[in-house]
Design a protein around this ligand. Structure first.
Ligand code: NAD
Length: 396
């Protein structure tokens, strides 16, 4: 089996290598959090669509190890090829599989395009093989594009304002310099394509397919994730193309809920906190906002990562026996600590001052950068990066 010393290879918000031992250590951290944060039982089976990184990975570990669930996960990840490392999500899931096996949990991973009919069919077959109905479906996809399952059309999402062109500060992740970025107004087609990719259509297709196959428990709960964010990112996020897609996702949640509630189930969108993930690092302005936000939240002791966010989501809202507490638009809000007016007032004040010269002193930019490298298994405490590691991994 090939071994190699693996180093980070980063450009902007892309890292093309990943470290298996570092990813495994990250996952063990999530497993510990889940064990401490849940009763260890209560959920029979869960399906996580987008299970390999970010919020979906934390949802998978919380259900498996915090609530004793068996699980099927769906992801789009790259296995190792010879001595070329696989993707971080692949290594994350390899460790979740090892931990699940050790704990006596059943876990099946379907690695393929979640938007396709074929992957939905494979997933349904895997759920049938589990031999128990699904109690919870977590929909946590973040993708730049979606292929229409019924044609050759490929829709691409864009991050653009719907109002006037928008200029704001951003940080160049290669040079660490603050500069202005201008995002032009989206066209009507770009808006509708972004809704196709990140809106609720595919979530609904998943729920319809699972229901038609008879694999959902009557009391099944489903949750998808959304973001609102501060006024700084409002023109490009919530009032932009991605915000239009999130509006669609949230409307889909309300429609699904009306249907599932008839048999004692439910569907909700949870608005989560801004965190360093592969998806959020790619959005202009957001890495700088996150760097300032983390500085403020860490100083106040209210900072959470994906693991803590999802443990709190299950404990306070969607776990067994819990009644979700909803805002006026029927959304769960675990972004409440981020959007605390006192936190936002501090972030606003720092936003006005931040420059290339003071970036490292007034923001947690180093924390953001370290968090980004950790996503790929680098700079994880306790890992000896000088040692060659086994590159091959399996999801079984
Ligand atoms: P992420 O990039 O870490 O994870 C995305 C997941 O989707 C991965 O498991 C990936 O394998 C999977 N995926 C992507 N395309 C796929 C495809 N075609 N088929 C199968 N799997 C595919 O993203 P994330 O930041 O955890 O985002 C998940 C959700 O949470 C999104 O809806 C996002 O908008 C939302 N959210 C994110 C943040 C944040 O700050 N990161 C905040 C609030 C809400």
């Amino acid at each position: 089996m090939p071994t190699a010393v693996i180093n980070p290879r980063i450009r902007g918000f892309i890292c093309t290598t990943a470290h298996p031992a570092g990813c495994a250590a990250n996952v063990r951290g999530l497993v510990d959090l889940a064990r401490k944060g849940g009763p260890g039982k209560g959920i029979g089976a869960v399906l996580v669509v987008g299970s390999s990184t970010g919020y979906g990975l934390a949802s998978l570990t919380t259900a498996l190890f915090g609530y004793g669930a068996d699980a099927v996960g769906v992801c789009f990840e790259r296995p190792a090829n010879g001595d070329k490392p696989g993707s971080a999500g692949f290594y994350n899931l390899a460790e979740v599989h090892r931990q699940a096996k050790a704990a006596g949990r059943k876990l099946t991973t379907i690695n393929g395009d979640a938007f396709s009919h074929a992957v939905k069919a494979q997933t349904i077959a895997a759920v049938k093989a589990l031999g128990r109905p699904i109690d919870m479906v977590v929909y946590s996809l973040a993708s730049p594009k979606r292929k229409d399952p019924d044609s050759d059309t490929v829709w691409s999402s864009v991050l653009k304002p719907l109002g006037d062109a928008y200029t704001a500060k951003t940080v160049d992740l290669d040079t660490d310099a603050i500069k202005d970025v201008t995002l032009p107004t989206a066209s009507a087609e770009e808006k509708s394509n972004t809704i196709k990719v990140m809106g609720g259509e595919d979530w609904r297709m998943w729920m319809d397919a699972l229901q038609a196959a008879g694999v959902l428990a009557p009391t099944c709960r489903t949750v998808a994730y959304s973001y609102i964010g501060p006024k700084i990112t409002h023109p490009i996020y919530r009032a932009g193309t991605i915000g239009a897609a999130k509006d669609h996702l949230e409307a889909t949640g309300r429609e699904l809920n009306a249907h599932l509630a008839k048999t004692g189930g439910g569907a909700w969108v949870s608005v989560n906190k801004a965190l360093v993930t592969q998806a959020s690092s790619a959005i202009p302005v957001v890495p700088l906002y996150i760097s300032l936000l983390f500085k403020v939240m860490k100083a106040r002791g209210s900072h959470e990562d994906t693991g803590e966010q999802i443990v709190r989501l299950f404990k306070d809202h969607i776990g067994p026996g819990r009644t979700p507490k909803l805002d006026e638009q029927a959304r769960i809000r675990v972004d409440d600590w981020e959007l605390d007016p006192a936190v936002q007032a501090e972030v606003d004040a720092l936003w006005g001052q931040v420059s290339t010269a003071n970036l490292r002193s007034i923001s947690d930019y180093d924390g953001f950068k370290a968090g980004f490298r950790r996503l790929f298994g680098f700079e994880v405490p306790g890992v000896d990066y000088a040692q060659p590691v086994e590159v091959a991994a399996t999801l079984d």
